[in-house]
Design a protein around this ligand. Structure first.
Ligand code: TPP
Ligand code: MG
Length: 456
C-alpha cells in the first residue's frame, strides 16, 4: 500500500505552526518507509522507490508526504522511472543440501505454513511440495488456506500457542519445516530447548526469538527452493502413521458441537453455518475478537486467501474495510465480514462508504455486548470481570440509517437462511446474532487443560 498525505508548506511558514504535526515521524514505526517529498524533480525517483519497497518481500505500507508548496511547484519535464521484472535469488546449494539431509534423517517431519506462504504465487509450489513429499502439515492463522484444507495431510490450524489439539502433532514431530513463518504472528508453537528442530524456509532470514530460533535456514525464492528440496526428497519419505491417526482425532475434536442448536448461538455453530453458506471461493474477512480464534481453528479453507485475518497487530475495526476491499477486487464472489460488536463499532462509519460504492457485501455481527476476548483473558487470569460490558445501538436500524439492509437472527436455525437471503440480494446487508461465549472457557481452557488425549 502506498499512502500519500498532504502537509503544510515547508519553504515558508505563513501560518506559523498552525496544524503542523510530524506525520512522517508518526508513520515511521507503522510503515516500511516514510518520506517527505521535498522537490517536484525528485518525485519520479521517490514514487518508483516507494513501489519497490512496498511490494518487495515482505510487502507492506509506504507513506509519502507531499507538502502543499512542493505540490504547487513547476518543474522541467522529469522522466518517469519504469519498473522492471525482479526475480528473487534462489537458496544456495549448501542450504538446500543441509535441509534435505535434516529432513531425510528426521523420523517425524512436519510442515508449518506461515503468513508468507499465503502469497498467491505460492499456491501451486506449496501444493506440489506437500504432494511430492507426503509430509503432513499444519498452518498458522495467516497461513490458512495456502494448501487446500481438504488435503488428507492437513492437521489443523494453530490458533493458540500451545496445548491445543494441533499441538499434539507439533509435540510428536522431531522436525518442523516452517515455510514463510513471520514472527509477527502470535506464536503458533513455542520452541524450547527440547522440542522439534526447525528449518526456516522463506524469502527473508528468520528473526531470532525466545520462542523461535531455527536450526537451519533456506533463504530465497520460496517456490523455487521448495521444488529443489522436493527433487531431493520425493519418493524417499513415508508419512509417520501416528500423524494420520492424530489427524482424525484433531479434526473430530474441532467439529465437536458444531451443530448444536443452543440460542444464543455457540461460536462452533456460527463457524459451521458460515462455512455452509460460503462457496469454496467465498471470502470471509475477520475483525479482531474472540471469534477469530474459533474461525482460525475451526473454519476449513479450500482455496487460498479465503479467510482473511490479521494475526499481527490484530487491530479491531479492520474487518469491515478488509471485506470492502475484497468485494471491490472480487465482485463475483461472496464476501462476508465477521465482526464483534466492539470491533464493528470502531469503524462502523465505513458502512456509508460501502453503500456509496454500491458494494455487494454481508456483515455478520456477533453480539455479546462486551469485549468478549478480554473478558475471557481476564477470567483465565482470575481477574475480576470489570469494565468489559457496553450496550449496542439497535444494529438493524443502524444499518438502515446508512441505506443498508439489517437483519436480526432470533433463533439458531435462522442463521443460514438469513445469510443466504442476504447474499442472494445485492447491496450491503448487516446480520446481527447473539453469541454464547461460555464455550470459550469450557473448550479453550477446561477441555484443553484436562482432556487432551495422549498419543499412544
Ligand atoms: C484497536 C484495538 N484495541 C484493543 C484491542 C485489544 N482487544 C482484542 S480483542 C478485544 C475485544 C473485542 O471485542 P469485540 O469486537 O466485541 O469481539 P468479541 O471478543 O466480544 O467477540 C480487545 C479490546 C485490539 N486488538 N485492537
Ligand atoms: Mg463483543
Amino acid at each position: 500500500m502506498i499512502m500519500i498525505t498532504g502537509q503544510k508548506a515547508i519553504m515558508t511558514a505563513k501560518q506559523a505552526r498552525f496544524q503542523i504535526v510530524d506525520v512522517i515521524g508518526s508513520m515511521r514505526p507503522l510503515t516500511k518507509m516514510a518520506r517527505q517529498i521535498v522537490s517536484a524533480a525528485s518525485i519520479p525517483a521517490i514514487v518508483r522507490d516507494a513501489f519497490r519497497v512496498a511490494t518487495e518481500e515482505r510487502p507492506g505500507p509506504v507513506h509519502l508526504e507531499l507538502p502543499e508548496d512542493v505540490a504547487g511547484e513547476e518543474t522541467e519535464n522529469v522522466a518517469f522511472i519504469p519498473p522492471h521484472p525482479i526475480e528473487l535469488p534462489v537458496a544456495p546449494l549448501a542450504a538446500l543440501e543441509r535441509a534435505a539431509e535434516m529432513i531425510l534423517t528426521a523420523q517425524r517431519p512436519l510442515i508449518m505454513l506461515g503468513a508468507a506462504s499465503s502469497r498467491p504465487k505460492l499456491v501451486d509450489p506449496l501444493s506440489s511440495f506437500v504432494r511430492r513429499t507426503r509430509i503432513p502439515f499444519f498452518n498458522t492463522q495467516m497461513g490458512k488456506g495456502s494448501v487446500a484444507g481438504g488435503s488428507n495431510l492437513y492437521l489443523g490450524t494453530a490458533a493458540l500457542s500451545s496445548g491445543d489439539y494441533v499441538h499434539r502433532a507439533v509435540d510428536h514431530a522431531d522436525l518442523i519445516i516452517a515455510i514463510g513463518h513471520d514472527t509477527v504472528e502470535k506464536p503458533p508453537f513455542l520452541m524450547g530447548p527440547k522440542g522439534p528442530k526447525v528449518i526456516h524456509v522463506a524469502c527473508t532470514a528468520a528473526n531470532v526469538e525466545q520462542v523461535y530460533f531455527p536450526h537451519a535456514e533456506v533463504i530465497g525464492d520460496v517456490g523455487v527452493s521448495l521444488a529443489l528440496l522436493a527433487d531431493r526428497l520425493e519418493g524417499k519419505l513415508r508419512p509417520d502413521p501416528a500423524f494420520l491417526g492424530l489427524r482424525g482425532e484433531i479434526l473430530e475434536r474441532i467439529t465437536d458441537r458444531a451443530e448444536e442448536d443452543r440460542f444464543p448461538v455457540t461460536p462452533q455453530r456460527i463457524v459451521h453455518d458460515v462455512r455452509k453458506v460460503m462457496p469454496e471461493d467465498g471470502i470471509v474477512c475477520l475483525d479482531n475478537g474472540m471469534y477469530k480464534i474459533w474461525f482460525a481453528r475451526n473454519y476449513r479453507t479450500h482455496v487460498a486467501n479465503t479467510l482473511l485475518l490479521d494475526n499481527a497487530l490484530a487491530t479491531m475495526g479492520a474487518g469491515l474495510p478488509s471485506a470492502m476491499m475484497a468485494a471491490i477486487l472480487y465482485p463475483q464472489r461472496r464476501v462476508l465480514a465477521v465482526c464483534g460488536d466492539g470491533g464493528f463499532m470502531m469503524n462502523s462509519q465505513e458502512m456509508e462508504t460501502a453503500v456509496r460504492l454500491g458494494l455487494n457485501l454481508v456483515v455478520l455481527i456477533l453480539e455479546d455486548s462486551a469485549y468478549g476476548m478480554i473478558r475471557w483473558k481476564q477470567a483465565v487470569d482470575k481477574f475480576p470481570d470489570w469494565g468489559l460490558s457496553f450496550s449496542n445501538p439497535d444494529f438493524v436500524r443502524y444499518a438502515e440509517s446508512y441505506g443498508a439492509t439489517g437483519h436480526r437472527v432470533k433463533q439458531t436455525d435462522d442463521l443460514v437462511p438469513t445469510l443466504e437471503a442476504a447474499f442472494k440480494d445485492t447491496g450491503v446487508h448487516l446480520v446481527t446474532i447473539p453469541i454464547d461465549y461460555t464455550e470459550n472457557t469450557r473448550v479453550l481452557v477446561e477441555e484443553l487443560q484436562g482432556r487432551v488425549p495422549e498419543l499412544a
